[in-house]
Ligand binder design. Structure first.
Ligand code: SAM
Length: 443
């Protein structure tokens, strides 16, 4: 693909200096390609990994050519099933009688990772589109297609796959916020088969490997009460709920009701009865007037919580999300990029206060930006003298980068995922960062 991912010249200059890949072009090449591996996390609340493997093989026989994939269980994470695409260049033909449908960039990226097309992601479709038509799906690469367009789209576009319409054009555009699947994908240019039906059973969740690794790094025990401070849409919340079940609980916070609705929807789908979700700004999640030893926490507790309430805290922080793959265009400016560390530090203050002595706090982001990763770690170690880095029980990523305030021996305690597109499933994944802290015991 010839277009640059990043359009802002200052962002391009900044990223060039981060040296994540040998050149900025190489970084953009990695970002534009979907990972070769699709990961499904088995919801062990509902099904064993063995039974899940069987269901997955049945789905592959139904929806794809099973010879195009290698299916295995991750050697270190037994709840992660790896689907490796063996067809490196999936050169699919566009049927001559198919109709062109244009989707937005988020929808296009999701299609390449195994999603069907929800009506809300469709931008353009011809007037004569009916149910059960063959469609060729293209992504609008520069956000130029007007919603509801019926014209042949002439702007830069990328073919992502073939599908069948489940809704007519009228059904797709009759309301401003249409609900449901509009197009079922039959084949994608990435070779990734549609996984939506498997997900709907509640037995699986499509997740990137580093996101699953977050739960393994926090490593709560069954029965633990865990705080997930920035939880929506709830992928990690569901994993944590699985790890602490049946008697443990996950308190999941996010900033708005629609976000909480996503978590509740996922909990219902996955049968996770041990999630308590609350609209709460994480920065206000600490009870101000509480004497604070956290001993009053129980299953009916609501935020704000007393200081020291949780032995396990996850801060999966809002971030620049530069590590998302595939991404086609990213219009982010330098001001927005530099706005995240301030919010991350404010949220970290709350996460720290809610952590009990000897407790574990995991900080993670889906960006490769050192200012939101290693520099936050250096700041945290300096700001909170009773925090120290804690080794992760499972290592999948590469060590962190050396920045001012960190020692060389600190780096092995961090895990960085830099989207190495020729790597194994641990590295050919999205850009991500994970670190675990522990709070020293009371003197
Ligand atoms: N952990 C989530 C998962 O695995 O599905 C993804 C979390 S996403 C990286 C960051 C989340 O932080 C967003 O859902 C966003 O709404 C939330 N957020 C942003 N500011 C927040 C705040 N002040 N308090 C709580 N949540 C916030």
């Amino acid at each position: 693909m010839a277009l640059n991912v990043f359009s802002d010249p200052e962002v391009r200059k900044f990223l060039n200096q981060q040296h994540v890949a040998s050149t900025l072009n190489e970084l953009e090449r990695r970002l534009q390609s979907p990972p070769r591996y699709t990961i499904l996390r088995v919801n062990q609340i509902q099904i064993s990994t063995e039974d899940a493997l069987e269901k997955m093989s049945e789905a592959l026989i139904k929806n794809a050519n099973p010879n195009d994939f290698k299916v295995s269980v991750h050697p270190k994470i037994s709840e992660a099933i790896i689907l490796e695409s063996l067809k490196l260049d999936n050169d699919i033909q566009i049927p001559s009688d198919s109709k062109e449908v244009i989707v937005d960039k988020f929808c296009g990226a999701a299609v390449l990772r195994g999603a069907n097309i929800f009506a809300v992601g469709v931008l353009g479709a011809p007037n004569h589109l009916s149910r059960n038509d063959k469609v060729a799906v293209y992504v609008d690469l520069q956000c130029k297609c007007l919603k509801g367009s019926t014209q042949d789209f002439k702007g830069p576009k990328l073919f992502v796959g073939n599908g069948t319409s489940v809704m007519s054009r009228h059904e797709i555009f009759k309301t401003e916020k249409p609900v449901g699947v509009a197009i079922k994908m039959t084949e994608t240019s990435s070779g990734c088969p549609s996984m939506n039906e498997l997900e709907l059973t509640g037995n699986f969740m499509l997740q990137n490997l580093p996101s699953i690794q977050v739960g393994r790094v926090l490593a709560p025990d069954p029965g633990d009460f865990v705080l997930d401070m920035c939880a929506a849409p709830g992928g990690k919340t569901m994993h944590l709920a699985d790890l602490v079940s049946p008697s443990g609980l996950v308190f999941a916070l996010d900033k708005s009701q629609p976000k909480i609705d996503q978590i509740v929807g996922n909990s219902l789908r996955m049968g996770a009865k041990n999630v308590r979700a609350f609209v709460m700004d994480g920065r206000k999640a600490v009870e101000p007037a509480s004497p604070g030893n956290g001993s009053d926490l129980n299953s009916n507790s609501t935020p704000p919580f007393s200081p020291g309430s949780f032995h396990k805290v996850l801060l999966d922080a809002p971030c620049s999300a530069l590590g998302q793959r595939p991404q086609f265009v990213n219009p982010m400016g330098l001001q927005e990029l530099h706005s995240y560390p301030k919010l991350q530090k404010q949220l970290f203050h709350s996460a720290y206060q809610l952590l009990s002595p000897k407790g574990h706090l995991v900080y993670s982001t889906c960006t490769f930006n050192v200012k939101e990763n290693e520099e936050i770690v250096a700041w945290a170690l300096q700001t909170f003298p009773d925090l120290r880095l804690s080794p992760s029980p499972v290592i999948l990523g590469r060590p962190g980068r050396l920045v001012s305030g960190l020692k060389p021996q600190d780096l092995a305690q961090m895990q960085r995922f830099d989207m190495e597109s020729s790597g194994d499933c641990n590295q050919d994944t999205i850009g991500f960062f994970i670190v675990r802290f522990t709070r020293k015991p009371m003197p």
